[in-house]
Write a protein that binds this ligand. Structure first.
Ligand code: ZN
Length: 599
C-alpha cells in the first residue's frame, strides 16, 4: 500500500497539469503542419484515383515492387537484406474498373460470397471482451448484463430474502460473480445446475513499487501473473487497467473503489533487434521475465519535463554538494510509482493524483477484439481464455427457458484467480460457491431442519466446468492424439483425464452430451497425449470441495495464453446454445439417469 502524498503527489499534479495543457493544445488547429492520418489517406486516395474510377498504387510502391529493400543498418550482402514480394497488380494494369462488381471471380464478387452473418452471440462476445480488459471489468460487465436482465444484486454482508422464481447475483472482491435463478417449482433438496468459468487471464501486473529507471527510460516494474506466453507481449501497444482505491477530497472522505482503463497506448516492451541477437530465430526467443519484460513508459528526459523539478526518483543517485569539493550520496525519496503514470491515471479518473491510495493494475493490450478471417469465422482477441466461457455461461442463463416449470436452481459462477491455482477468497478454491448454495438453500427453506438438506442438494446438483480447450493446431498436428484432437466448428469439447486433472466421468459426460443432443448440438472429446503434461481447471477443485458431479468442457481455441488468441465464431454460438440446453434440459435428463446404480 502506498500513499501518493507529499513530493510525489506534487510532481504528479504538475505532470497532470502538463498533460491537460497539452491535451488542450492538441485541439488548437495547426494547419498544414501535421496532417491527420485520415487526411493523408484521403489525399492519397484522391491523387491515386483516375477519373475513370481505376486505382493506381503510389509510384513509390510500384518502384519498390521490383527492388530489393535496402536496409540502411545492414551491410551489402547481409543475410537480412530481403526482397519485397511483388505487389499485386493494380486494377488499372489489368484494365479492370473498380466498378465491375458483378464480374464473376473478381475480388469484389468473391468478397460478396463471404458470409457476413456472424453469429450474434460472437459479435456480442466481442463487445464484452472489449469492455473487459481485467477480471474487475469482466465482473462489472457481467453485473451490468444481469441487472439489465432483471437480476437483483445481493450483498454477502446482508441477510438474503429469496423467493421462488427470483433472480439474483452477488460479487466477491469485485472480480468474481455468482448469479442464480430459482425455479418456481423449487423444492428443498433440489439440485443446482451450475456453469462455472473464470474471469482472470495471464498478464503482467504492476508491482507495489513499479517505478523503474534504467538506460535513460522510465520503466514500469511488473510481476507475471499466471502462465502467459510472455514473448507475445513484446512489441504490442500496451496500457493499464484495473481498480484504484481513492480518497477524494482533502478532508479524507470514504475510501472508494473505482475501475480505471487507459484506452490509449502508453507503454511498450520492445524486442531486441535481430542485429543484436542474431541467433534468436534458431535458438528461440527466451526473454527473462524479470529483466526484459518491464514496459517502457517514457524517456527519462520527457518524464523529467513532465515532472515539477526535473528530479525524478533514483534510489542511489550520486550528487555533488554545493561546494563541489565533497561527493555525497544523497538517497532521494523513492516514490513507488512514476508521477507521470499517476498523472495519467488521475486524468482518467478525474481526480487529484494525491487522492490515489492504492491500486491493482494490469498491463493490457490496446488492440481491440475483432471478428477476423477471410470468411469472418474467427474471433481475434486477448482473454478468450476464459471470458469466452464466462460470456457463454451468462448468455445461456439469460436465454434459458422461463422459470415457471423449473424445479431446481440455475447458477453461473465466474471466479478470479484460476490462472494461479484458484486458492483465494474469490477463487474456486475458496468458499464462494459453497457459501452461495448454503445461503440460497437456507433462505429458500427457512425454518426447515430436514435431515441431509444440504447433502441432498449437493448430490442432486451438477457442475459444468467451462474452460477453453486446445483445438488441433494445423502446424503442430503431432501435439494431439489422433482420436482426441478437437476441431473448430465441431462442438463443445468434453475433456477427460484418467489422473483427475479434469473431473469428467462417463456419467457426467453422458448427461452433458444428452442435454445438447436433445437440441441437435454436437460435442467432441479431448484427451492429452500420455507423453505430454495436462492442464487443469476449476472442475477438480470444485468437485472435491463440494462433492458435486462435474464435467469439464470448453470451446476449442488456438494460441491459448497468448496476448492475442483466436477461436471460431461458430463455436461461440454452439457453446452458448449448449449451455442454454443444459439449463433447459438438465432436470429432465438427470431424472432419466438410474440413481441407484449411478451414484
Ligand atoms: Zn482457462
Amino acid at each position: 500500500m502506498f500513499t501518493a502524498s507529499g513530493l510525489g503527489a506534487m510532481r504528479a499534479n504538475t505532470a497532470m497539469l502538463t498533460l491537460r495543457r497539452r491535451a488542450a493544445a492538441r485541439v488548437v488547429a495547426r494547419p498544414g503542419r501535421f496532417p491527420s492520418p485520415a487526411r493523408v489517406f484521403a489525399q492519397a486516395a484522391s491523387s491515386s484515383s483516375s477519373s475513370s474510377g481505376t486505382v493506381s498504387p503510389p509510384p513509390s510502391s510500384r518502384a519498390r515492387a521490383t527492388a530489393a529493400y535496402d536496409c540502411s543498418c545492414c551491410p551489402p550482402g547481409s543475410p537480412f537484406l530481403f526482397r519485397l514480394p511483388e505487389l499485386a497488380r493494380p486494377a488499372s494494369a489489368r484494365g479492370v474498373s473498380t466498378s465491375t462488381r458483378s464480374a464473376s471471380g473478381s475480388p469484389a464478387a468473391l468478397a460478396s460470397a463471404v458470409p457476413s452473418d456472424v453469429p450474434s452471440v460472437a459479435s456480442d462476445l466481442v463487445a464484452y471482451l472489449n469492455a473487459s480488459w481485467t477480471a474487475f471489468h469482466a465482473c462489472a460487465e457481467s453485473a451490468k448484463m444481469l441487472t439489465a436482465a432483471g437480476y437483483t444484486r445481493l450483498s454477502e454482508r446482508d441477510e438474503w430474502d429469496l423467493k421462488r422464481g427470483g433472480k439474483y447475483f452477488f460479487t466477491r472482491n469485485a472480480s468474481s460473480v455468482v448469479a442464480f435463478a430459482v425455479g418456481e417449482k423449487y423444492e428443498p433438496g433440489a439440485g443446482f445446475a451450475i456453469v462455472g468459468a473464470h474471469t482472470d487471464s495471464p498478464c503482467p501486473k504492476l508491482k507495489p513499487v513499479s517505478a523503474v529507471r534504467k538506460g535513460g527510460f522510465l520503466g514500469v516494474g511488473v510481476q507475471t501473473y499466471g502462465g502467459g506466453l510472455w514473448h507475445t507481449w513484446f512489441d504490442r501497444d500496451l496500457s493499464v487497467a484495473g481498480r484504484v482505491l481513492l480518497r477524494r477530497g482533502k478532508d479524507g472522505g470514504r475510501t472508494t473503489h473505482e475501475l480505471v482503463r487507459v484506452d490509449r497506448p502508453i507503454m511498450r516492451i520492445p524486442t531486441l533487434a535481430i542485429h543484436l541477437d542474431r541467433n534468436v530465430n534458431a535458438d528461440g526467443f527466451k526473454p527473462n521475465a524479470e529483466t526484459h519484460l518491464a514496459p517502457l513508459l517514457a524517456t527519462a528526459i520527457k518524464g523529467e519535463l513532465e515532472s515539477s523539478d526535473g528530479a525524478l526518483e533514483s534510489s542511489d543517485r550520486t550528487k555533488t554538494n554545493e561546494n563541489g569539493d565533497e561527493k555525497t550520496k544523497r538517497r532521494k525519496k523513492k516514490e513507488p510509482h512514476h508521477p507521470l503514470l499517476l498523472a495519467v491515471l488521475a486524468e482518467e479518473l478525474d481526480c487529484d493524483p494525491g487522492d490515489i491510495v492504492d491500486f491493482e493494475l494490469e498491463v493490457c493490450d490496446t488492440q481491440p477484439s475483432v471478428i477476423g478471417g477471410a470468411a469472418r469465422e474467427f474471433i481475434y482477441s486477448g482473454r478468450l481464455d476464459n471470458l469466452a466461457s464466462s460470456y457463454c455461461a451468462l448468455r445461456a442463463l439469460l436465454d434459458a427457458r422461463p422459470l415457471a416449470e423449473e424445479t431446481g436452481v440455475r447458477m453461473v459462477a465466474l471466479f478470479d484467480n484460476e490462472e494461479v491455482g484458484s486458492d483465494s477468497a474469490a477463487g474456486a478454491g475458496g468458499t464462494v460457491v459453497a457459501d452461495a448454495i448454503r445461503r440460497a438453500v437456507a433462505a429458500l427453506c427457512r425454518g426447515s431442519d430436514e435431515e441431509g438438506l444440504h447433502e441432498r442438494t449437493a448430490r442432486n446438483s451438477f457442475l459444468v466446468s467451462a474452460d477453453m480447450a486446445h483445438a488441433l493446431h494445423p502446424n503442430y498436428p503431432e501435439k494431439h492424439e489422433g482420436n482426441h484432437a478437437p476441431r473448430m466448428h465441431k462442438g463443445v469439447v468434453v475433456k477427460h483425464n484418467a489422473n483427475q486433472r479434469y473431473a469428467t466421468t462417463a456419467v457426467t459426460a453422458t448427461i452433458f452430451r444428452r442435454c445438447a443432443a436433445m437440441e441437435g448440438i454436437p460435442t467432441q472429446d479431448f484427451v492429452v497425449r500420455n507423453d505430454m503434461g495436462c492442464g487443469s481447471t476449476i472442475g477438480p477443485i470444485l468437485s472435491t470441495n463440494l462433492g458435486i458431479r462435474t464435467v469439464d468442457v470448453g470451446v476449442p481455441q488456438l494460441s491459448m495464453h497468448s496476448v492475442r488468441e483466436m477461436c471460431g465464431t461458430e463455436d461461440i454460438d454452439i457453446c452458448a446454445r449448449h449451455f442454454t440446453a443444459f439449463f433447459d434440459n438438465f432436470a429432465r435428463v438427470d431424472a432419466d439417469v438410474d440413481d441407484v446404480d449411478m451414484p
